[in-house]
Design a protein around this ligand. Sequence first.
Ligand code: G6P
Length: 480
Amino acid sequence: MGRLLIISNRLPYTIDRSGEDIVVRQSSGGLVSAIKSCLERTRAQSDHFTAQIWMGSLDASKEDWKILNDMDALESDFSIEPVFVDKEIYDAYYNGFANSILWPLFHYFPSLVEYKKEYFQAYKLVNQAFADALNKIYQPGDVIWVHDYQLMALPQLFRQYQPDAAIGFFLHIPFPSYELFRLLPSEWRQYILLGLLGADLIGFHTHDYVQHFIQSVKMLLRVETQYNSIYYNDRIIKADLFPIGIDYRKFRDAITDEAVVTICTRLEEKFYDKKLIFSVDRLDYTKGLDHRLKSFEEFLERYPEWRGKVVFIFNVVPSRKVIPAYVDRKRKIEEQVSTINGRFSSLDWQPLIYRFNHLSFEELCALYQTADVALITPLRDGMNLVAKEYVASCIDKGVLILSELTGAASELSEAILVNPTDSEEVATSINTALTMPLTEQRYRLSYMQKRLAEYDVKKWINDFLDQLAFVKGEQDKLKV
Ligand code: G6P
């Protein structure tokens, strides 16, 4: 039995310093919430590993990190290994290559990609810095699990140090079709694909993403593949499908949590005669927020009978604030919100409640439980855990309207699936959701809940790690 080393760009904490005060906040995004839950769960059932370590970059100084560590302010289910990177290089890697090249391209926004050589250089430097940091703590027998698009070169860079290491990689965003992927300059795309092939097992959320990856490997590297196996450098590498789950129990337990119940009661008292629609997303162009608002406006236009009777609680969480493509969105969305409120509000009713802030876990659960409808309509999303969390939280009512362009749509087929660019379809679906009989709501929920309970985050981690052990075993047989 060895240790589990999880490596992701983002650690579970974001540290903000204002003057003398240091504030520690849980980071947002699907990756952090999933890994955090899975580390808590594996520790609780501690059968697999002797220790769990999470390595990632930290947006704080070494001094602040030391203060926090001394204060014992962090969790104890796992230990944290921060990687400190020079600020300028980190910016070009994170805001540049990761979020102005890979993120838009992999989410089918090629026109937003900024092809800058210095971004690529920074990506290489930071991935190398992670490989060096990992090599310092690595011990034979450790299992390495690298996460997401910010660290796609790390598996190969680390394998150069430790040829026999067990390395898994999981991509939390879509892998785009070959036609999109090939837009990257040839040196960059080779570097990324070869980087990934340093892993023994490469996981994706959906079957399509697996196929896209394998096709890119075949077309661009000309290596031999058979089904999901890739034969490269005398190694067999497996690419496979592992749709990420949520911590289902945690959301069910929240139903009886005192703090959550208090917020629910407040919401129910305030909106006792209204239907509630809810959404929560990071501020990101991939989330289709402007299309969503347009659809809601169209709904109010087409179905005037709902005016005064429905409120849309529209939560946006700040994200990647310095990237131009993100800055503009905020202004646009805020204009749309005030246009809709200005156009439809009466003296005692306002259709949209807009918040631009982080939500606590308790607030989030209370909103999930109270909302009659969740309107989750990204233009593209690797999985989308909000949709799953909403379904898990519903008690005896609730309708999910979900974009068919999310990974989650292939598992949540009892949701009302929509094309987010079709505002007429979305507007009609809102009306369908609001008028759906309770029996049908419960019936649809029960199917989805059963699936989510069975394939939860623990099952996801176990499946991935079991498969990794299996692939490693097969490779060892090849060597004999
Ligand atoms: C997505 C990505 C994660 C990322 C998260 C938040 O879920 O897949 O890798 O951590 O967004 O984005 P951020 O840029 O704040 O880390």
